[in-house]
Write a protein that binds this ligand. Structure first.
Ligand SMILES: Nc1ncnc2c1ncn2[C@@H]1O[C@H](COP(=O)(O)OP(=O)(O)O)[C@@H](O)[C@H]1O
Ligand SMILES: [Mg+2]
Length: 284
């Protein structure tokens, strides 16, 4: 059998066994949590969570340490099974998808991904393409890897061992791997934590571009200024519950944030853009 014929048969088989995700109209739900509850170590870590990630939107999850942001993201990713409620991705309960089908529908950047791959950077990014092997879109592997590396400004590191990069450089490579996966739902846990000012903005611009292209982006952030400037909606988590949800300009109020963070803050509009700025209240 010719290689071309073998490849097309493989493509046909894959297309039948693994339907590729169809495009979703802007504003339509891509991931939904309904009545979500999670217990860990005998404690309720999340309770009564209703949240929807929509196509074309950047949704920021904010809240103090231990509020449940990473747990919620893991539940939305179907990496953690909830004790109550359900998560739906692409309109179906997550249990209805096989692992390869899920991998085409959502990509996940875990918090502080302590990956210490001894592989060249380019190979690490290429791992993001694994779900597409044998599908009709396998041909896009090279372009997807190159585009993700260029977007995160890691192209120059391509041949270097991942383990020989700085923390911030590794974080960008880990993000490139997730972008190369080209899933319509991106779940990013503190992707900016180790990054300098320029690269924090770069990551949020990438999120905005992915949303403009029709994807749903859920991003855990500590920097409320970044969330205010770039997110369409934000959910403030507090003790495993959603304390407030909506556009940042509506949600970021000093009383709410001061209570949730147990730190008096002031919120005022940026003099030029009007975007809320959140700063700790200081005496002088
Ligand atoms: N495996 C676990 N066992 C017990 N408690 C856990 C476990 N993982 C997380 N927790 C607790 O759940 C709460 C929420 O954690 P997490 O979702 O990581 O918070 P966040 O990301 O908002 O900082 C924290 O109090 C944390 O200590
Ligand atoms: Mg976390």
């Amino acid at each position: 059998m010719s290689r071309t014929r073998a490849a097309s048969l493989r493509g046909l088989f894959a297309a039948r066994s693994r339907a590729l995700p169809p495009p979703v109209s802007p504003g339509c739900p891509v991931a939904e949590a309904h009545g979500l509850g999670v217990r860990l170590g005998g404690r309720e870590v999340l309770g009564g969570i209703d949240l929807t990630a929509r196509a074309g939107e950047v949704l920021a999850l904010v809240g103090p340490n231990g509020a449940g942001k990473s747990t919620l993201l893991a539940a939305l990713a179907a990496d953690l099974r909830p004790d109550q409620g359900e998560v739906r991705i692409g309109g179906r309960p997550v249990d209805a998808w096989s692992a390869p089908e899920l991998a085409l529908r959502r990509s996940v950047l875990p918090q502080a991904a302590t990956l210490s791959f001894p592989f060249p950077v380019e190979d690490v990014v290429r791992m993001g393409r694994a779900p597409w092997a044998g599908t009709a879109l396998e041909d896009e592997d090279g372009a997807a890897v190159a585009e993700a590396m260029a977007a995160t400004e890691v192209t120059a590191f391509a041949p270097r061992p991942f383990s020989a990069l700085s923390g911030g450089e590794r974080a960008r490579v880990a993000l490139a791997r997730v972008l190369a996966q080209r899933a319509p739902l991106l779940l990013l846990d503190e992707p900016t934590a180790a990054l300098d000012l320029r690269h924090q903005e770069l990551v949020l611009r990438i999120c905005r571009e992915r949303a403009r292209a029709g994807d749903a982006v859920v991003i855990v952030l500590h920097d409320l200024g970044l969330a205010a400037a770039h997110a369409d909606r934000t959910a403030v988590l507090h003790d495993g519950r959603i304390a407030a949800e909506g556009p940042p300009a509506e949600v970021f109020r000093d009383a709410l944030l001061s209570r949730v963070y147990r730190q008096p803050v002031e919120v005022f509009p940026h003099p030029r853009t009007g975007v809320p700025l959140v700063v700790p209240k200081r005496l002088s």
